[in-house]
Design a protein around this ligand. Structure first.
Ligand code: PMP
Length: 285
């Protein structure tokens, strides 16, 4: 992703794509002091754009730094990035981090806080799984307990075990991994939330130790608009066998039906397909 044409917004100004670099002694690279957003623009409009900008600032404050740009400034920067790169349907990545500077220890009060925003075309995150149903492995790593990390922050530090779990899954021919939480309840995939269907009702893990996704909240609203019961609750692994349908939600993943988790199979059923369609309609409305 580093060697291409285009423009990336950095700290208030556009930079040529290839020159949007940071120093190796960047605090964030050593100590994971960074937060980010994944957003999608549809027909020139970023879905829930403000909610993403607000979450970015909130994530930063949860890991103890303040982004030196307001929500309005971030909104303007995102629009500028899309326009400068001639994009209308694109993935938008904003990232804020503690930079390089005076400090090189764990503490980083004197280093500047940086912000960059890039955008590029990114098709279906799980490829043709939206039709077939994605195959998921079961991750060996678990979402950490709430008192071990600020789980509501979309912070880079929380993704180390996600990358490891996703690599292990791909090595087995799966698209992603489903992670349990620190108690052993079903949590989420490595970059998306998870939903299940049984007897016409929907069950989804309560987000008490992982990100309560913006897509997750939108899909719950779409289900309730269709008078479908949604239960946000703890889901034990023993329940996987009894669920008929399953799907993932996330900005990149959108709504992606799941066909298999480990040894458990799910049908790409009517409700899963309905949610794919409802979400597609919503983001383009
Ligand atoms: N969980 C994780 C770990 C994620 O990375 C994402 C993607 N941001 C989500 C859930 C879904 O969040 P959203 O719907 O806000 O994109």
């Amino acid at each position: 992703y580093d060697d291409r044409d285009g423009l990336i917004w950095m700290d208030g100004a556009m930079q040529p794509w290839r020159e949007a670099n940071v120093h190796v002694l960047t605090h964030a690279m050593h100590y994971a002091s960074s937060v980010f957003e994944g957003e999608r623009a549809y027909g020139g409009r970023i879905f829930k754009s403000r909610a993403h900008s607000e979450r970015l600032r909130r994530s930063a404050s949860m890991i103890d730094f303040e982004i030196p740009f307001t929500v309005d400034e971030i909104e303007a920067a995102k629009a500028e990035v899309l326009a400068a790169n001639g994009l209308t349907d694109a993935y938008v990545r904003a990232i804020a981090w503690r930079g390089a500077g005076e400090d090189m220890g764990v503490a980083s009060r004197r280093n500047p806080v940086r912000l960059a925003i890039a955008a590029w075309e990114w098709g279906a995150y799980y490829g043709d799984a939206r039709v077939r149903g994605a195959r998921l492995d079961i991750a060996k790593w678990r979402r950490p307990a709430p008192e071990t990390a600020p789980f509501q922050a979309k912070a880079a530090g929380l993704y180390m075990i996600c990358t490891m779990s996703k690599h292990a899954a791909e090595a087995k021919g799966c698209s992603d991994a489903m992670m349990f939480d620190y108690r052993g309840f079903v949590a989420e995939a490595t970059g998306a939330n998870i939903f299940f269907v049984r007897d016409g009702e929907v069950h989804t893990p309560i987000p008490d130790c992982f990100l309560d996704g913006i897509t997750r909240r939108s899909v719950i609203d779409l289900l309730r608009a269709r008078q479908i019961q949604v239960h946000e609750r703890h889901i034990a692994p023993s329940e996987l066998e009894g669920f008929e349908q399953c799907w993932l939600t996330g900005t990149a993943a959108e709504v992606t039906p799941v066909g298999q988790i480990g040894d458990y199979n799910f049908e790409v059923g009517a409700l899963a397909r309905q949610m794919v369609e409802d979400y597609d309609r919503l983001v383009r409305a």
